[in-house]
Design a protein around this ligand. Structure first.
Ligand SMILES: [Zn+2]
Ligand SMILES: [Zn+2]
Length: 69
């Protein structure tokens, strides 16, 4: 698959490394942001956090939209 952001910039020579967890579009190494996220486990008393962080791929566009104020 090709990176959607690269296609927008008329660059078609890149290969995607993953899929954005928000918009589900393919994104390449340059446009992807890989974030570590804490996993919440529900139990009888409430919620606890897992010891091992999970991973989430988000594209440049969604990352900017999430962090913009
Ligand atoms: Zn790209
Ligand atoms: Zn996205």
């Amino acid at each position: 698959m090709r990176c959607y952001d690269c296609l927008q910039e008329a660059r078609s020579d890149t290969t995607s490394i993953g899929v954005c967890s928000r918009c589900s579009l393919a994104t390449c190494e340059n446009h992807a942001r890989v974030r570590q996220v804490r996993v919440t486990h529900q139990n009888g008393l409430g919620a606890s956090h897992g010891r091992i962080p999970a991973r989430r791929v988000i594209c440049h566009t969604c990352d900017m939209a999430e962090t913009a104020h």
